[in-house]
Design a protein around this ligand. Sequence first.
Ligand code: NAD
Ligand code: ZN
Length: 265
Amino acid sequence: MANLDAPDSPLGGTDEAVDGEITALNKLLDDAERIVVFTGAGISAESGIATYRGAGGMWTKYDPDKYASIEYFRKDPSYYWSFFKEERHVMMVKAVPSASHRAVADLEKQDRLSAVITQNIDGLHHKAGSTRVLELHGNTTRFYCTDCRAPYSIEDVAKIIETQLPVLCTKCKGVVRPDVVLYGEMLPTDVIDEAHRETQLCDLMIVIGSSLVVYPAANLPYQAKLSGAKLVIINIDTTPLDSVANLNIHRSAGEVFPQAVALLE
Ligand code: NAD
Ligand code: ZN
């Protein structure tokens, strides 16, 4: 394991333990013919975007049950827009893909990856160069008017939030909303159908940084396993699916995943 230069894990463990996990992950990647990566907020924690749950998830000022709920959005859209202005806007515009996002894109370039299924709404897989991205929960860099459906970019809303909350449509004064799936809304059927298809066809699913508690998305890794795929879970914490995974790596993704992919070439 020369040249890996793996540091001691901040979570404990030795260089050899990290190296062993990287080797095991590399072997599973190398043996697979059809890989699907399933990502959650943890992969973007390394790009500075806070998670909802787990270490570093710190939602004290704004309540996800309010800003991420369609019921609450209809009642008081200003709550979402204040959260977006104060907590999310600059973070989303400035965030750059992490080494793990880039490694997922590398797997696609090497023709090993058939899709990345993501619960994230930050667009960082696209920014990293991935093209086969299934965004289960939409994308918070796109917006549209709830009345006339006029589209708005993040740059458009950035100008409006300077002077006005909530953001209202410049054409019809309807409320503008993010193109994301809020709590209480259905997942887009075409995306979830495609995600199920990829899940059934893959022979290896790697889950990176998902608490695996948000349904129905969290069903997919279990489905992959039931369909005969191997399952790897990379998370600094435990998840409800650890007991069925072929390999659990309890470390930050950036410590192991980019290294395991780099060894493929
Ligand atoms: P989550 O916030 O519920 O869980 C994140 C998980 O990542 C936790 O289990 C945590 O232990 C783990 N984690 C944190 N840092 C990690 C790291 N460096 N390496 C590996 N694991 C790490 O996220 P979720 O499971 O994706 O589901 C929550 C919902 O929140 C999703 O619907 C998603 O749309 C939304 N969300 C998205 C973003 C984003 O787009 N970046 C951010 C926050 C929440
Ligand atoms: Zn409108």
